[in-house]
Design a binder for this molecule. Structure first.
Ligand code: FUL
Length: 474
């Protein structure tokens, strides 16, 4: 999250905080029943394993790459699919350089054309001129991912505009069969991305996708695989612009509309059954999801802004990079992605050494050795004790440009608002006010001055904050 109030302390105009700024800490404002219910809503094993993931890539590639469409009709001839220079190693290499941790391929988009030689329909890559019908892009990309140390995932559109059985019970057999092929033939799949876009036929004729069966198939074949978007493990953030909410909650009402502006506040969840359902933001490096000649990639500056908003705002980032009809990622996109990756690596290359950590209230803070665990990014955490709402971090005088905080989500998501103060020559100066933390909150300051410490004041929380990790970068 990039803060405009970044030049804090600029020209010494800000007044130091006074004692009264530290009198009030978090409280439960009376509705403990609601708070207790929410705190019982906790992540499943798959979600816990996924907490370490920040940013991964989408590849939209298929028949649309050759027709210039975003949504194919399902009638385009397989003979159009002929990427003459296709090189999945080139994709994997540049995505890895950008800092990406995994790749999700559109094995089948809404047009129904399959990028692997499925036995369940002829509308697939075997009917194309690519490698004389012997190609398999799913296999090629999964191999390249292994080679470059990336996780591999699948997008398999439930909406299928080609398949004749669509919108009948036979289609559910067909779709589950396709999942079975993909989840048994291509090694480990870290994510299946179920797109919510659907045909008007669904619901109107009383027919629907048998999602429960799809989930069961995935869970049975690959128990660690995350089922995203129209699945139960990761929710769509609600837009394709990486617009993250100020409060991004991983605990939300069951069956909620993901596009609502308030999903998880006390008001939004009061009296409702809640589920643990963390957010993912999908956005394309270009305007479209598929490649179009006239479109250009976003700038490095824009991508960094997206990264900090999303990854620093309790969500994961799914960045789409569409290869061209040649079967390569455009040079222009490669250049942006490389610089983006290098810049990010540099921005986290100067961790600040903490000399003292203390927790307390405005009058008294105590240092406890166990608190140092929260600088280690592991599976321990510090639970604030009765009356504690302040965390103080001291270090030798240095510039702080990034603060990373993480809650221990196995105890659910708690913090609702907090202030960040910066310590300079013994006094504290207010630097930022933020709302949720969740799995990861990153606060970025431009042109920071030198400081000797940071004070976090938890103003509102659903019971005692449980802080897993805190880190500061110069
Ligand atoms: C949407 C689809 O309709 C788009 O074509 C694209 O695949 C995007 C990621 O999801 O729902």
């Amino acid at each position: 999250m990039l803060f405009s109030k970044s030049d804090y302390l600029k020209s010494g105009k800000l007044k130091p905080a006074s004692e009264k700024d530290f009198i009030k800490g978090w409280c439960n404002i009376g509705d403990t029943f609601n708070v207790d219910t929410q705190l019982k809503t906790r992540p499943n094993e798959r979600q816990i394993k996924f907490f370490g993931t920040k940013y991964y890539s989408f590849i939209h590639f298929g028949i649309n790459t050759f027709t210039g469409k975003e949504w194919g009709s399902g009638q385009d001839s397989p003979s159009l699919f002929n990427p003459e220079k296709l090189d999945t190693d080139q994709w994997a290499k540049v995505l890895k350089q950008s800092g990406s941790e995994g790749v999700i391929l559109t094995a089948k988009h809404h047009d129904g054309f399959c990028l692997w030689p499925t036995k369940l329909t002829d509308y697939n890559i075997s009917a194309s001129p690519y490698k004389d019908g012997k190609g398999d892009v799913v296999a090629e990309l999964s191999e390249s991912c292994k080679k470059y140390g990336l996780k591999f995932g699948i997008y398999l559109s439930p909406w299928d505009r080609h398949e004749k059985t669509y919108a009948t019970d036979a289609y559910n057999d067909f779709y589950a069969g396709q999942l079975e092929e993909l989840l048994t033939g291509y090694g480990e799949i870290f994510m299946v991305w179920l797109d919510g876009a659907r045909d008007p036929k669904v619901d109107v004729h009383g027919w629907n996708y048998d999602f429960e069966r799809y989930y069961a198939t995935i869970n049975r074949l690959q128990p660690d695989c995350i089922i995203a978007n129209e699945g139960p493990d990761v929710r769509w953030i609600g837009n394709e612009r990486a617009a993250v909410r100020k409060q991004e909650w991983s605990v939300v009402p069951k069956g909620c509309d993901p596009t609502l502006s308030d999903l998880g506040s006390r008001k939004a969840t009061a009296g409702k059954e809640t589920v643990f359902y963390p957010a993912e933001a999908d956005i394309s490096i270009r305007r479209g999801w598929f490649w179009h000649k006239w479109q250009r990639p976003k700038s490095v500056k824009k991508l960094l802004d997206v990264y900090y908003r999303v990854v620093g705002g309790n969500a994961t980032l799914l960045l789409n990079v569409p290869p061209s009809p040649a079967g390569l990622i455009d040079e222009a996109d490669c250049a942006v992605l490389k610089t983006f990756g290098q810049t990010l690596a540099k921005q986290f290359s100067h961790p600040v050494k903490i000399t003292k950590i203390a927790a307390g209230d405005g009058n008294k803070t105590v240092s406890e050795a166990e608190m140092f665990n929260i600088t280690k990014n592991n599976d321990t955490y510090y639970k604030m004790k009765d009356g504690q709402y302040i965390l103080d971090f001291d270090f030798n005088k240095t510039r702080i440009s990034r603060i990373v905080l993480s809650e221990y989500m196995q105890r659910s998501q708690r913090v609702e608002s907090y202030d960040i103060y910066v310590k300079k020559d013994g006094a504290y100066y207010h630097a930022a006010s933020r709302e949720t933390i969740g799995n990861r909150a990153i606060t970025v300051f431009k042109n920071p001055p030198e400081a000797q410490g940071v004070r976090i004041v938890f103003r509102q929380s659903r019971n005692k904050p449980c802080i897993r990790y805190a880190a500061f970068f110069g």
